[in-house]
Each structure stands twice: as structure tokens, then as C-alpha cells.
Design a protein around this ligand. Structure first.
Ligand code: DX5
Ligand code: ZN
Length: 216
């Protein structure tokens, strides 16, 4: 059974609290919180103050995806704001082990993420040290893009490596263009956490969408 992490990037920011509750009531496992700095990616979304306000009102597993050039510098403020897990890019500038350690020291789970051009093998050495690996199936920065099928091979390679190192249940997340047609392919390739933004919030019935992904 796949877990589903609706991406709040596609929610209505004027009623974030309600949109979070709708997702949770429908059985969403994580709430995916996309943070962009306008530097690592060419877009700006929301930051720690928004997470702090939300996490005070809505109890959930906050899955924070940092698209930042220097994630380590921002880890403390996201921990304080209520992040349950913090995932950062291997392509960013921060030292990887130090960033993982800072996340763990704050009591959160840690994840590493790779962009489409980064091979799966780049994440192998970090797999024993993190709770999740995230494969981007679009260039990070914007919701609503088309799924890149090359992500499927990467998911398979990462799942095989997870099995090889004795962590068959490692969280393996896929993010970007996940929809009713692509989600089953991702699950078959080994993803067990599906991020979906526009596919959930771009429909009239987000709860029905969430139920579909949970059933995979
Ligand atoms: C993109 C973000 C995604 C985004 C996915 O950089 O990391 O989480 O919200 O949006 P969809 O599901 O619409 O591709
Ligand atoms: Zn994301």
C-alpha cells in the first residue's frame, strides 16, 4: 500500500488550514511542504513561519522538501516550526552528513532528494543514514509539470539497493507529475510514498483522489 503526501504547493493558500484538514480526513499520510528560495530553483513558495502557524493548528506529519541552496542554514528554523521530516537536495551546497545530523539532532526524520539529472547511485551512500530518499520526476520548482518516465528506473534501482542493504521498507518517495496514470507505475517501480499536488488539489474532489492513491 502506498502512502500519499499531498503537496500543499497546489493548495489554496487563503485557506491552507482547511485544505490540510480535507487531506487528513481523506487519509493523507504526510503533508508535503515545498520550500523554495528563488535561487536553488526559479520560484519562491512559503517558509518556516507558514509551517509554524499551520503545525500549531493542524496536527500532522509535516514532510518538508527544501529546495534551497544552503539547506543546513535553515534546518533549525524548520525543526522549530514543526517539521516531522526534512528532505534536502544532494545537489545543494550544504555538507550532506552534517545536514543529516542536524535534522536528526532536532528529532526529525531526514531525507535526501535527487533531481532528474542526478543518477540514483548518487543517493546510495546516504541510504543507510536517512529515513527517506526522494526521486524528482520533474525539475523542481513548479507544480503541474509532466512526469518524466526516467524516474521509474531510478526508483527500481533505489528499491533494489534498499533491499540489498537490508532496509527493504525504506521510504522511497516520488515527486512531480504523479497522477492517476503515472502513480501505479511509480508504485510498481518501488515508490512507497507518492507526492501529488495538482492531481489532488486540481480536482473537484481531493478526497477521492487521495483514496485512489492510497489504494495502490
Ligand atoms: C515541485 C515540487 C512538487 C510539486 C509537485 O518542485 O517539489 O512537490 O508540488 O506538483 P505536481 O504534483 O503538480 O507535479
Ligand atoms: Zn516537493
Amino acid at each position: 500500500m502506498a502512502m500519499i503526501a499531498p503537496s500543499l504547493l497546489s493548495a489554496d493558500f487563503a485557506c491552507l488550514e482547511q485544505d490540510c484538514r480535507t487531506c487528513l480526513d481523506a487519509g493523507a499520510d504526510f503533508l508535503h511542504f515545498d520550500v523554495m528560495d528563488g535561487h536553488f530553483v526559479p520560484n519562491i513558495s512559503f517558509g518556516a513561519p507558514v509551517l509554524a502557524s499551520l503545525s500549531k493548528k493542524v496536527s500532522a506529519f509535516y514532510d518538508v522538501h527544501l529546495m534551497l541552496t544552503d539547506p543546513l542554514a535553515y534546518v533549525p528554523m524548520f525543526l522549530k516550526a514543526g517539521a516531522s521530516m526534512i528532505t534536502f537536495h544532494l545537489e545543494a551546497d550544504s555538507p550532506v552528513q552534517e545536514t543529516i545530523d542536524a535534522i536528526h539532532a532536532g528529532g526529525a526524520k531526514a531525507g535526501v532528494v535527487i533531481k532528474p539529472a542526478t543518477p540514483a547511485a548518487a543517493a546510495f551512500e546516504w541510504m543507510p543514514k536517512v529515513e527517506m530518499v526522494l526521486v524528482m520526476s520533474v525539475e523542481p520548482g513548479f507544480g503541474g509539470q509532466k512526469f518524466q518516465p526516467a524516474a521509474l528506473e531510478k526508483l527500481s534501482a533505489l528499491r533494489a539497493e534498499a533491499v540489498r542493504i537490508g532496509r527493504p521498507d525504506l521510504l522511497l518517495q516520488v515527486d512531480g507529475g504523479v497522477a492517476r496514470d503515472t502513480a501505479p507505475l511509480c508504485a510498481a517501480a518501488g515508490a512507497n510514498v507518492l507526492v501529488a499536488g495538482s492531481a489532488v488539489f486540481g480536482t473537484a474532489d481531493p478526497a477521492a483522489e487521495i483514496a485512489f492513491y492510497k489504494g495502490l
